[in-house]
Each structure stands twice: as structure tokens, then as C-alpha cells.
Design a protein around this ligand. Structure first.
Ligand code: BDP
Length: 651
């Protein structure tokens, strides 16, 4: 059916479409397609009305709500021939459609009688890199930074830079933050901006816009001003000039991501100003250029409230309505910090006049880093499907992000990626599935975690049914297994500084809320953080809408997965299973550790079906995971047993 290829136009993006189809179809169909000037039977036509007269004459995308980035893929009769057309209002959309078509071919989806139309549900689909200028990556587990300073886009990194952009574009990712949120102010220096301009130019045809993390005190450190006070005219002028300088180099620069007054970073509160005043300072500087400020809600100053989980909500609710229109508030999925399991952040749905985007983390900082096989598609789906009840049932986080609960002019989602110089990009072969899943969910959060895993497996390991079914089961089970052997039943932050190994006894850190005992509060009387509205509770639960608040607050209805997040219970509390809390806890750890063995068995059963190198590399990591899961089980249970005083039931 598919014999000829026609891609009109001369822009950089149409060249990419042509190249991707040539390379992709050659690989997938076994022989290169023939480029044709005329339209014949079995032609694949791709493009946008602006670049392709054939696409323009078909008018397929007219009248469809597919936004500029969306696309249509259809089998159509054109000039008496059966053809496949990939059409989009924009060239970038046609590139996305091209990748979608290749994904279908690679995963053996039928391509007869196609009638697909896709549109991204969110406007901004962006990855955040926590890369430092010295080549290290904060919470990166896959080698050194991909960006080699001084940047040379023509040198030996060129292939890697292009492959990076292709990977993102194939998922519809359209923004990237180049540097760590703990930002070195020097990234805003002209000498760096000139280098960043080269990357921006290289990635532009892929629809990937560059953003930078900005350090709030850059006017002082870089500009040698006496202050960075957002109301100081000299500071206002400095940021305005800086924005002008950036846009003169990079006309489509995305904007700034800012971590302010968080974990030692400078911010407006240093000058007695609010987060809104700080964000608006930068927003005003970027506004003439249509740039965006992405202000992070990850703040937890101790003077706000004794409970870290409550602080961001308290700070930002009172600022709702005070931000300039080009400010987006970037909120982590949960109220603490990328834990293996958290309830959704109560700010979702609660802010009515401030556009919000979600921040999730693909780099697995608290989820086994690059050593454990943990597929995060299921975790993010749990988050996206959480019902905030902001406007009654069905007000899921996904719908909040789309702007269909509280309208917002711009929508989006960010994923902390931290891929690096390792040949497999992410350290663990399966961590790549998290990059993939992030991109797919940012495009369409209604896709199922299972469907995404299935696509990824087919494209990564081939279409063998046994491989698909075993790996699918492993991936789908993996996050719950991880939660069970690390922090089940709503426990969180049972770690120390490396965020990898168990450290429930961790009582000494620079701050109380960086210890583990602050969170689990284990004592002979029981375990858990009382965040209920009752007697001893700190009422954090009241930050949720009433129906959700009731659900979590009531011991009888609180989902078991959040039990010790919201409730403090005696060790002999009887669980729905009939077991005591202590027995249940032991059971979870034991089950979790045992199930890692199942993951390993699954992988070993695939030995003949996976190439040797990848099989060996994943097997080596699974061996580490099995050993470390047992450590988690043993060390945590031995520690908690000191308080429960009860025997650990035999398995
Ligand atoms: C924490 C990380 C820390 C980050 C911080 C953040 O441990 O390295 O700087 O999040 O998101 O989870 O700002």
C-alpha cells in the first residue's frame, strides 16, 4: 500500500519530516520509499497547508479542534488514488503526525483506513533539566550533563543534540529548561547566552523552545547591583535589559523557571516582598517579548507552619489573583517532594485565578534512581486521575491542568528529566520508559499507563507477544512493588541525604523537615503523621475540598495507601484485612521485597528474546534491586520493631 512519499516545502521542519519518513520507513519497511512529485496510488503525503498545496487542497484539518500542534492522519481518495495524508495546520504538527505514524508502524498498528485526529491536551509540554554549568547533574543518575560547555553544535556532540531533540519531538515535547533550578546566575551572562542561542537554533525546527532557570539574585551577583529587591527601579531595569538581550539572540526564548526562597535559594522574601511581587518583576520584563515566568510552588519556609506539607498552600492561596498573566505556577504532584507515593497537592483546583502547571519527576530520585526498575506511568496516572472535587465530582487533576475546572489561558506539565551522557540516556534502560510516559501523558493525560507501556515496549524491545506481555506486567506492577518495600501505607521520606537507601532513624539534618523521624513519628504508641482535623491533628487535610477532606479525614474511608500520611495509629490498630497495623506493615515490606524477585524472574524468562547487552545490563540492575529491596525490608522493620515491640511475622 505504501510506496511513494511526497513532502512539499523547503523549511527546516519539512526537511526533518522528509528525513524522518525516509529513515523510518526504510528501517520499518525494509526498503527506502520513492519520493514522488506526482500523487499516485499508495502515496504518503505529509505537511501543512502552508507548505503543501496537496495538503491545502484536501482541507482535512479544517473545522477540527486540533490546535496548531494537532494533526490528522487519514486514508483518503485524492485525484482518483488511495493515499495516506498526514496533515496539520502547522509544520510542527505535521512533524508530530509523522512521528505518530512511525510509532504506529513500529508497534504494528493497522494502517488501513486510517482516521486519526490528535491534539495535545496541554499547551506547554516541557522537560526540566537540573544540569549545572560544571557538567554535573543534580539528582542525575545517567552520567554527565548532555550540554558540553563551550557548546559546539557542529562538533562531536552534534549527533547527541539532534537525537535529544528528535526524542522530545517524537513525543510532542515543546519546551526544555536547560539548567538546574538551583541556578547558577552565570547562565544569564552574555557569554553563556551566545552559546545557548546555538542550541536554540538547532532545536527550533523540532518545535523545542529553550527556557532557563533564573537565579533571583542575578542582578546582584551578575549585575553588581546592591540589591535584587523586586520593587527597586534599578533591579526592574536590569531584568528588562536582560530580557531584551536574551530575545535579541533567541527570539522565541520561552522564559524563566524560578526556584525562589526555597532550600536556600534567594527570592523576594529576602526583601520582605511576596512571591507574586517576585514573579511579576520577571514577568514584566518578559511580557513585551511574549515570554513566560514559571514560578515554582516548591516552597516550605518553616515560619509558615510546623507541617511542611501545608506551607505552599498557605503561601500561595493568599496570592491568588496577584500574578501577572504571563506567570504560571509550577506545582509538584504532591505536597512534600516527589515521594514514592503522595496524595495530590491541595493547590490543584484551589487556585482559581492563577494558571497552574504540574511538575513530576522522571529521574526517580526517590524511586530507586537508575538502579531500580520502576515505571512511573502508573504513578502519574494515579495523580492525574485524582479527583480534587474543586467543582464537584470529576474535577480531576488532569482536568484542572487542561483548564476545564478553572479556565486558564495557558496549560502545561513539566517533567524533571535529568538524562545524561550515558549511551542509554537514562542510566537504566527502563528509566527511558519514564521519559516516554511523561511525554505521552503531557500530550494526552487520558491515555492509559498500560497503553503507553505497551507502545514503549514494542518500540524498544520489538513486537514479540511474550516480550510484550511479560514486560507489560512487570512495568505495570513495578511502582506498587517499590512502594511496598520502601514506604507503604502512606509513609514518606524514610531516607537520608542520598535519597536512595533506607534511613528511618535519620534524626539529624540541617533542618527538621529533612529528617525521617519528623515524618513517620514512630514511638511505642504508634506511627504516622496526624494531619486530620480532629483532636491531635494539624488539620492539613482541610486544605482539600470538603468531599476529599472528609474522605481522607475519616479513618474508615481514608484510602489505605494514604493511611499514615493523614493518620497516626497504634501498632495494634485493626486494618480492613483483619490484621493489625504492625502485621500489615510487615506484610507490605515482605511482599514488596518478594515481588522484586518476580520482576527478576520475568526478565530472566526473556533471556533468548532480548539482545545480550541490554539483557545483561538490566539483569545486573535487577540483582541490585533484589538485594536492596531486602535491605529496605530488613532495616525498616528492625527499626520500627524497636517501637512496636512485636515480633516480625514469618513470611
Ligand atoms: C528535591 C531535590 C533537590 C531539588 C529540589 C527541588 O532533592 O535536589 O533541588 O527537590 O525540586 O527533591 O528544588
Amino acid at each position: 500500500m505504501l510506496r511513494y512519499l511526497r513532502v512539499d516545502g523547503y523549511s527546516a521542519t519539512t526537511h526533518l519530516i522528509r528525513d524522518e519518513l525516509r529513515v523510518g520507513l526504510t528501517g520499518l519497511l525494509g526498503k527506502p520509499p520513492t519520493f514522488s512529485d506526482t500523487i499516485r496510488e499508495g502515496t504518503l503525503i505529509a505537511g501543512s497547508p502552508g507548505s503543501s498545496p496537496a495538503i491545502a487542497s484536501m482541507g482535512m484539518e479544517r473545522g477540527l479542534d486540533i490546535r496548531p500542534d494537532g494533526f490528522v492522519i487519514r486514508t483518503v481518495r485524492h485525484e482518483n488514488h488511495n493515499v495516506i495524508a498526514i496533515a496539520s495546520p502547522s509544520e510542527i504538527g505535521a512533524l508530530y503526525g509523522t512521528f505518530h505514524f512511525l510509532r504506529m508502524l513500529q508497534s504494528e498498528r493497522p494502517i488501513e483506513r486510517l482516521n486519526i485526529h490528535e491534539r495535545p491536551r496541554l499547551d506547554l509540554r516541557m522537560v526540566n533539566h537540573w544540569d549545572n554549568l560544571d557538567g554535573t547533574i543534580e539528582r542525575g543518575y545517567a552520567g554527565r550533563s548532555l550540554w558540553k560547555w563551550p557548546i559546539d553544535v557542529k562538533g562531536d556532540q552534534r549527533g547527541r543534540y539532534l537525537a535529544y531533540a528528535r526524542a522530545n519531538a517524537s513525543l510532542g515535547i515543546n519546551g526544555m529548561v536547560l539548567n538546574n533550578v538551583n541556578a547558577n546566575p552565570r547562565i544569564l551572562d552574555g557569554s553563556y547566552l551566545q552559546q545557548i542561542e546555538k542550541l536554540a537554533a538547532l532545536w527550533r525546527p523540532y518545535g523545542l523552545r529553550v527556557y532557563l532557570s533564573a537565579n533571583f539574585s542575578a542582578p546582584v551577583t551578575l549585575g553588581r547591583l546592591a540589591s535584587a529587591d523586586p520593587l527597586d527601579p534599578a533591579v526592574i531595569e536590569w531584568w528588562k535589559k536582560k530580557a531584551d538581550e536574551i530575545y535579541a539572540l533567541i527570539p522565541d526564548f520561552g522564559g524563566f523557571l524560578v526556584k525562589a526562597n526555597s532550600e536556600g535559594q534567594p527570592g523576594p522574601r529576602d526583601y520582605g516582598r511576596t512571591h507574586a511581587q517576585g514573579a511579576n518583576l520577571l514577568a514584566n520584563a518578559l511580557a513585551p517579548h511574549k515570554g513566560t515566568v514559571i514560578w515554582r510552588a516548591f516552597v516550605y519556609d518553616e515560619d509558615i507552619d510546623p507541617d511542611r506539607a501545608k506551607r505552599a498552600y498557605i503561601e500561595f492561596m493568599k496570592l491568588d489573583g496577584q500574578f501577572r498573566p504571563n506567570v504560571l505556577l509550577q506545582i509538584k504532584n504532591g505536597p512534600i517532594d516527589f515521594q514514592p507515593r503522595e496524595p495530590f497537592h491541595p493547590l490543584f483546583g484551589a487556585l482559581k485565578q492563577t494558571p497552574v502547571i504540574a511538575e513530576v519527576q522522571a529521574t526517580q530520585e526517590y524511586l530507586g534512581q537508575a538502579k531500580h526498575l520502576v515505571y512511573l506511568g502508573t504513578m502519574w496516572k494515579e495523580f492525574l486521575e485524582s479527583d480534587t472535587q474543586a467543582k464537584g465530582p470529576g474535577s480531576t487533576v488532569g482536568r484542572v491542568l487542561e483548564g476545564s475546572v478553572n479556565p486558564q489561558p495557558v496549560t502545561g506539565m513539566a517533567g524533571v528529566l535529568n538524562c545524561g551522557s550515558d549511551a542509554n540516556w537514562c542510566g537504566h534502560h527502563f528509566s527511558q520508559a519514564n521519559w516516554y510516559a511523561f511525554g505521552r501523558l503531557a500530550w494526552d493525560h487520558t491515555l492509559s499507563a498500560e497503553a503507553i507501556a505497551n507502545e514503549w515496549i514494542r518500540q524498544t524491545f520489538g513486537n514479540n507477544p511474550k516480550v510484550i506481555s511479560i514486560l507489560g506486567e512487570m512495568m505495570m506492577a513495578s511502582r506498587e512493588i517499590f512502594v511496598n518495600y520502601t514506604m507503604p501505607l502512606g509513609l514518606h521520606h524514610l531516607i537520608g541525604g542520598d535519597h536512595y537507601a533506607p534511613m528511618p532513624w535519620n534524626a539529624e539534618a540541617q533542618r527538621r523537615d529533612w529528617t525521617a523521624i519528623y515524618y513517620h513519628q514512630a514511638s511505642p504508641e504508634g506511627i504516622g503523621f496526624d494531619r486530620t482535623r480532629g483532636g491531635g491533628g494539624d488539620k492539613a487535610v482541610e486544605q482539600y475540598f470538603p468531599a476529599v477532606c472528609d474522605l481522607f479525614d475519616n479513618l474508615a474511608t481514608c484510602p489505605e495507601r494514604f493511611l499514615l500520611w493523614f493518620h497516626r495509629l497504634p501498632w495494634n490498630h485493626v486494618m480492613p484485612s483483619g490484621r493489625t497495623l504492625w502485621q500489615e506493615l510487615c506484610g507490605r515490606y515482605q511482599q514488596g521485597a518478594e515481588n522484586v524477585g518476580r520482576l527478576q524472574e520475568g526478565w530472566m524468562a526473556l533471556t533468548p528474546l532480548i539482545d545480550q547487552q541490554r539483557h545483561r545490563e538490566v539483569a545486573a540492575r535487577l540483582a541490585i534491586q533484589v538485594a536492596d529491596a531486602a535491605k529496605w525490608r530488613d532495616q525498616i522493620l528492625a527499626y520500627f520493631q524497636r517501637f512496636s515491640g512485636m515480633p516480625i511475622p514469618a513470611v
